[in-house]
Design a protein around this ligand. Structure first.
Ligand SMILES: Nc1ncnc2c1ncn2[C@@H]1O[C@H](COP(=O)(O)OP(=O)(O)OP(=O)(O)O)[C@@H](O)[C@H]1O
Ligand SMILES: [Mg+2]
Length: 634
């Protein structure tokens, strides 16, 4: 600790911090909350701070011992005093080494413990956020919140706390000692401090500006990389022939970051050199003035040497303390950014008296929509401006998406939803698993309002295959057992065969251990859809919701998917969104959705007879085809 170098480096890092944080408005109680997070480490923190103080005291004691050795030992020719004090010095050095090690152990324990606690808390909390939150949030911003801000908060805690405590103690002890030795020289030495601090502040402002700019550029580069380096993004770049443009954008930013790096290095070094310079000037002042006096009065010799040693411990900590407000606020703001995420209420959560749905639902597996009105939540209701990379969240309510939708699917029935794009079909399907809460009316599953049952049991009872049939970047096996962790290989193959994808997987050299690729891009659209159906079969839900993606399948894959579906839907209550009307001809009930309303309902034949929207959709889809009865479902 101490010395111009140690304190100097810290001071420089400190000056690089964004001074605008001091204007940040912190919610009341932030400090109390930090204390609550730190509470489990109370003993370790106290031990840590005690050690910091001991370290500072030992550091300040050393020059005084040197003074005693010279004045009381050497000058007075007391050999015993010299040896005794030298031994004391050695003992203190040993003690300081031990204190330093113990100190680091406590600070690491507290720091890593805090990181662990906050990371886990943020992860758990984000997982509980409703899907609306994820449709709003930038993934990059979210991940940075878990990584950088948590780290920042931890560093602030251990780093800033120990620096503040240690610097305050050091500066006070050193100043007292120096004043006792010579108040005139002390005042002169202090008078030099502004010579350093004023230019440091000016330089600090430039440093902050370019540091902020480099953070921003780095964030932009990583966004560009995450967006472009996944299959869908890379495909877009290639298809639209913009790789040079992308490279140019990237290079411009990387170039600027490189330039900033050089500037930062130089500013940093200038700060360091000037701090060293001023310490050297101070030292020469002490030796000049003090030495002049000592030349006439040899009893002052020890005082001069001690003063010089103290000086080297003065400038670093004083400089660091001059920026203390920025350090402390940076720490508090980091914590606050973490708390901000933890404070977002999970909009969709179990009611306090929520009960699980009975397992299995069996005869009771109905789906019922009772006069459901719905609009998507506004950003302000579910998100944070800082995570969407916008300044203000939009407060204007979205347009009404569903207007009084009512229907009922009896146990074992197949109810189909058809209608133009944007009509609200996917929205209806997402309300069954309570991805969103309705504004008016009720959604009931098995006779229970979905708001009254536990989310876990609801999502366990309802199996969903979404429009894009997402897969994790992992093996086929891992993606399948996600639905049922204890499934045996036989069960997996059974599900795959029933989903009519077994033979395809068997032909793969790695079989179940084949990695499906980023978002499942290694599989064809139809294969992925069937894999998703196999995953659904493993889950054995009583109710199935299917957002069909068969629209872009060739007829051979479509037949395979249809067969898989037949198996999946048999004896289950199902809600199927069909883009191909051939899928739904056998449905017990077809609901025609248009602009958030059910405008027609009935069986295929009934609806054709009515000659309304369904009949029109049907005619358009089969226009030009000689026989509308092709693509039969075997
Ligand atoms: N997360 C969302 N936030 C806000 N509005 C949304 C959201 N998702 C969908 N919408 C809007 O809700 C309306 C209904 O969308 P929905 O996805 O239910 O249509 P769809 O019938 O499934 O269409 P498609 O046949 O194209 O899949 C659309 O106007 C859409 O813009
Ligand atoms: Mg849809």
């Amino acid at each position: 600790m101490g010395g111009p170098a140690g304190g100097g480096w810290h001071a420089m890092r400190s000056f690089r911090r964004d001074a605008s944080v001091t204007e940040a408005h912190l919610p009341k109680g932030t400090i109390k909350r930090i204390a609550r997070f730190a509470a489990p480490y109370r003993n370790a923190i106290v031990a840590f701070l005690v050690l910091v103080v001991i370290d500072a005291v030992i550091g300040a004691a050393n020059p005084w011992i040197v003074k005693l050795i010279i004045d009381d030992g050497i000058n007075k020719r007391h050999h015993a005093v010299v040896i005794g004090l030298a031994l004391l010095m050695a003992g203190l050095a040993l003690a300081d080494a031990a204190v330093n090690l113990a100190n680091r152990w406590f600070s690491a324990r507290v720091g890593e413990g805090l990181i662990y606690d906050m990371r886990s808390a943020v992860f758990t909390h984000i997982q509980r956020m409703p899907i609306a939150f994820f449709t709003r949030t930038q993934t990059g911003a979210l991940i940075s919140r878990i990584n950088n801000d948590v780290l920042g908060a931890q560093q602030a805690f251990t780093g800033t706390l120990s620096n503040v405590v240690s610097n305050i103690i050091s500066v006070s002890l050193v100043l007292v000692a120096m004043l006792l030795l010579s108040w005139q020289i002390t005042l002169l030495a202090l008078a030099m401090v502004p010579l350093f601090i004023i230019p440091a502040r000016l330089m600090g402002r430039r440093l902050q500006r370019i540091t902020r700019e480099s953070y921003m550029l780095n964030a932009e580069m990583s966004t560009q990389m995450t967006e472009r380096f996944n299959v869908a993004g890379a495909l877009l770049v290639k298809l639209f022939g913009r790789p040079e443009e992308e490279e140019r954008l990237f290079r411009t930013k990387a170039r600027r970051v490189a330039d900033i790096g050089v500037e930062q290095a130089m500013y940093g070094r200038i700060l360091f050199v000037s701090l060293t310079l001023i310490a050297a000037l101070g030292t020469s002042l002490v030796y000049g003035l003090g030495g002049y006096q000592a030349a006439t009065d040899p009893a002052k010799l020890g005082t001069v040497v001690a003063l010089a040693a103290y000086l080297s411990r003065l400038y670093g900590p004083i400089t660091a303390l001059s920026n203390i407000q920025v350090d402390v606020m940076t720490a508090l703001v980091s914590f606050d950014r973490v708390f901000e995420v933890l404070d977002l209420p999970p909009a969709i959560a179990d009611a306090t008296d929520a009960k699980p749905l009975p397992v299995p639902l069996g005869e009771a597996s109905t789906i019922e929509f009772d006069d459901v009105w719905f609009r998507y939540p506004t950003a302000a209701e579910v998100s944070l401006a800082s995570l969407e990379s916008v300044a203000v969240l939009d407060q204007v309510p979205d347009k009404q998406v569903l207007h009084g939708v009512s229907f009922r699917a009896e146990p074992g029935q197949l109810v189909a939803l058809v209608g133009p794009s944007g009509a609200g079909k996917t929205t209806i399907s997402q309300l069954v698993t309570r991805m969103y809460d309705v504004q008016e009316g009720a959604v009931r599953v098995g006779g229970h309002n979905v708001r009254d049952v536990t989310l876990a049991s609801l999502r366990n009872a309802v199996g969903v295959v979404t429009q894009d049939a997402h897969m994790f970047h992992d093996t086929i096996r891992a993606n399948l057992v996600y639905a049922q962790p204890d499934a045996s290989d036989d069960e997996l193959w059974d599900a795959l065969d029933n989903a009519h994808i077994g033979s395809v997987i068997r032909e793969l050299p790695d079989g179940l251990d084949t990695v499906v690729g980023d978002r499942g891009y290694r599989m064809s659209g139809g294969e992925k859809q069937r894999l998703a159906i196999a995953r659904l079969l493993l889950k054995r839900p009583s109710i199935v919701v299917l957002d069909e993606a068969t629209a872009h399948l060739d007829s051979e894959s479509e037949v395979a998917v249809q067969r898989a579906l037949k198996k999946a839907l048999a004896e289950r209550t199902s809600l199927v969104i069909a883009h191909r009307l051939s899928t739904v001809r056998d449905a017990d009930q077809i609901l025609v959705v248009d602009d958030g309303r059910i405008v027609e309902r009935g069986t295929h034949e009934e609806l054709l007879d009515v000659g309304g929207l369904y009949a029109e959709l049907y005619r358009t889809q089969f226009q030009g085809q000689a026989d509308p009865d092709i693509t039969p479902v075997p």
